[in-house]
Design a protein around this ligand. Sequence first.
Ligand SMILES: Nc1ncnc2c1ncn2[C@@H]1O[C@H](COP(=O)(O)OP(=O)(O)OP(=O)(O)O)[C@@H](O)[C@H]1O
Ligand SMILES: [Mg+2]
Length: 251
Amino acid sequence: MIKLQGLYKSYGAKNILNGIDIEVNKGETVAIIGPSGAGKSTALRCINILERPDKGTLTIGEKSYDLAKLTSKEILEIRQSTAMVFQNFSLFENKTALQNITLPLIKAKKINKDEAEKIAIENLTQVGLLDWKDHYPSQLSGGQQQRVGIARALALNPEVILFDEPTSALDPEKVQDVLEIIKRISKEQHITSVIVTHELEFALDVADKIMFLADGKVVEEGTAKEVLKNPKDERTVKFLGHFADKLEYVI
Ligand SMILES: Nc1ncnc2c1ncn2[C@@H]1O[C@H](COP(=O)(O)OP(=O)(O)OP(=O)(O)O)[C@@H](O)[C@H]1O
Ligand SMILES: [Mg+2]
């Protein structure tokens, strides 16, 4: 289980996150939606300590961390328990698909090279890319690069995978492939995950819970159906209004 309580983050004088609580039970998928600039990416980056939170408590399994005073050992522990999948893939351009996966296993998890390669091959197979293992990112399509990003996150065997708009940089025809893989991870493998997404149909399908973030706060949460069908806060109503024609068919 992952529990984030009272997360605050500001940049200079600007408050970005104003007390965010997120709770994800083991095996659950939580979707986060909300307007641009709401702080969705910042929240995920604070969970992974890519950004330093100002205040808050993070609980991963039995262990709680005071986010205001993290030691470097704790930062390492948190990073090892949480893996990110980025909008822009964030692969090493000068490493092959296989090396992109083995590198963090060898460096951060201190797994030996042979074992790391075995794990990488298993995970590349899972995302249907075994034949592409020796290709460099520039030789892969956006969808394939994102599948490497997902395989890299899975290979780390984290407590939670954090997806930050994993399909928004993809060509429309590649979006479904990647969503299918995430859906499989969520529904069949029950990997605990938090997904920031604008794909509401997908969220309705896979998310156990949806959170709507606006102005650095969770203004609404519930089952996907509750939030998408009966939004209560006016900011949620306005946001969902932009997706009205799509939602009409899925709800
Ligand atoms: N490193 C930074 N320095 C200063 N301000 C930042 C930094 N990173 C983000 N911000 C600001 O924090 C706010 C929230 O940004 P964030 O990227 O978390 O939003 P978001 O909800 O992910 O938006 P989008 O849907 O466009 O990705 C924005 O106003 C952004 O300009
Ligand atoms: Mg973002």
